[in-house]
Design a protein around this ligand. Structure first.
Ligand SMILES: Nc1ncnc2c1ncn2[C@@H]1O[C@H](COP(=O)(O)OP(=O)(O)OP(=O)(O)O)[C@@H](O)[C@H]1O
Ligand SMILES: [Mg+2]
Length: 450
């Protein structure tokens, strides 16, 4: 039959008999076995002639092309995801800088106003909205180049509980959890992994506007986490809802970027999940067994380590200490200006530069004048100029004890994850709030005293 129309194909034998030539069947032909299995086939038919050249019979050849088609579709999917990644990354990068300015200025404005000012609640709302936008750009940047996860060894349980609670609050949907005891640890980027869980649970919530139930279970498995994984154990997370479930046609397109059945959906949710899980060396699959809603299954490689790596201590510095001299490098004026305002608010003295060479010159000159900078904050990449990644080496060559913080919107960039390897003393993700900046600067300045 024809896969698209479901109509039976013309009998190839009749066709060969009639035309007397070699024929091949149209694309999208499938063969249905007695047990109902459907196999995509490519085929040809050729006449068998006797010595008198009249047709005695027909040879039919069927080739199973199911696997070939599946690989082609997978490839297409990967290519689509890649192109979206490039596009999204570019837009998100610019957008992130704009947000840094908006968020920073709102944050500063709130700090400078007295608590009783009537405009404060308005600014707080504006800040909340900007923080949501920040979440979105972070999601998009995950797609972008260098989107490798910043991993820690953790238990997935806390992340799942927090994400589920956060999304299901006030939804009228109950949540049942079933976590195996002694669940193995996983090496994951906690931020990215909460994004995955949140996206999946948000979909479940959206699929059940009238309320329902979400079941989350987690267990150790001896199944490898992906085809690429060479054996090894994994942790299996299953998220099941009791909504309407997934049509086979939906399952086929589920992870495609921009595939959505919702009026206001972007269709990026699950494709981002897919990309994150794949980058973690795991697999994300969906199914819809009869009698149940949608089922999403995540397999993640189990960690070899048995020790949880704690989050970096983030206590707010109690005293800002004496003001420091800080050199800030960013090519976007709106970003550097708000950074300067924030640092001044914290009692520091600030000099702004636009790119790497200027930063090096400025640092050298200050050293010669005996007004050494206590700290340098540099953007990781500067289009058309020297970025922080390169400049940090030059500055450290001038002054072995120079303290340099790297700032970037690419929280997933490998440099951000292992900043020490590049000569930085810390990393801060843009856009940052006053508090985050205060902590990073103080932690860095404390290094100097040690
Ligand atoms: N739990 C679910 N139950 C039923 N359908 C689902 C479920 N999860 C996903 N889907 C279907 O998959 C589609 C794609 O989901 P995805 O999260 O990628 O995009 P979206 O939710 O439509 O948009 P966005 O996530 O950007 O808001 C949805 O539009 C919906 O049709
Ligand atoms: Mg969604």
């Amino acid at each position: 039959v024809n896969e698209k129309t479901g109509k039976p194909c013309d009998n190839p034998v009749d066709l060969v008999m009639k035309t007397g030539t070699i024929i091949s069947l149209a694309n999208n032909t499938i063969l249905i076995a007695r047990d109902g299995t459907r196999i995509s086939i490519a085929d040809s038919g050729a006449p068998i002639r006797d010595t008198a050249s009249s047709i005695k019979g027909v040879v039919l050849v069927f080739r199973d092309v199911t696997e070939k088609q599946r690989t082609e579709q997978e490839l297409l999917k990967t290519q689509k995801l890649e192109s979206v990644g490039i596009l999204a990354g570019g837009i998100a990068h610019d957008f992130n800088n704009i947000l840094a300015a908006i968020l920073g200025n709102i944050d500063l404005a709130i700090h400078r106003l007295g608590e009783n000012e009537r405009v404060v609640p308005l600014l707080v709302d504006a800040e909340k909205a900007s923080l949501r936008a920040k979440g979105l750009t972070q999601q998009l940047l995950t797609f972008a180049k260098g989107g490798s996860p910043v991993r820690r060894t953790v238990s997935i349980e806390g992340i799942i509980r927090d994400s589920a609670l956060f999304i299901l609050r006030g939804s009228g949907i109950s949540c049942e959890t079933d976590f195996q005891e002694d669940l193995w640890l996983v090496d994951i980027d906690p931020g990215q992994m909460s994004q995955v869980i949140q996206n999946i649970i948000l979909n479940a919530r959206e699929a059940m506007p009238g309320g329902g139930n979400v079941r989350i279970s987690c267990r150790n498995s001896s199944e490898p986490a992906s085809e690429k994984a060479a054996g090894g154990d994994s942790v299996e997370i299953t998220i099941t809802d009791n909504g309407p479930g997934l049509d086979p046609a939906v399952i086929e397109k589920l992870f495609d970027p921009y595939f959505t059945t919702k009026n206001k959906g972007t269709g990026l949710g699950l494709s981002i999940c897919h990309s994150i899980i794949t980058k973690h060396g795991g697999t994300l699959t969906a199914s819809s067994p009869p009698g149940s809603g949608a089922v999403f299954t995540i397999l993640l490689p189990a960690s070899r380590s048995h020790e949880i790596v704690p989050e970096r201590e983030e206590a707010l510095p109690d005293s800002a200490g004496p003001g420091a001299r800080i050199l800030v490098m960013d090519d976007e004026e709106i970003v550097s200006k708000v950074a300067r305002e924030m640092l001044q608010q914290l009692g520091h003295e600030v000099v702004l530069v636009k790119e790497g060479q200027e930063a090096i010159d400025c640092y050298r000159k200050a050293m010669e004048e005996g007004k050494r900078f206590d700290l340098v904050i540099m953007d990781l990449t500067i289009p058309g100029g020297m970025g922080g990644k390169e400049a940090v080496g030059h500055i450290r060559a001038l002054d072995r004890n120079a303290l340099v913080l790297v700032a970037s919107g690419y929280s997933n960039d490998p440099v951000m994850a292992s900043y020490q390897d590049y000569g930085f003393c810390g990393a801060i993700v843009k856009p940052f709030m006053l508090r985050e900046l205060a902590v990073s600067v103080q932690v860095a300045l404390n290094l100097q005293k040690q």
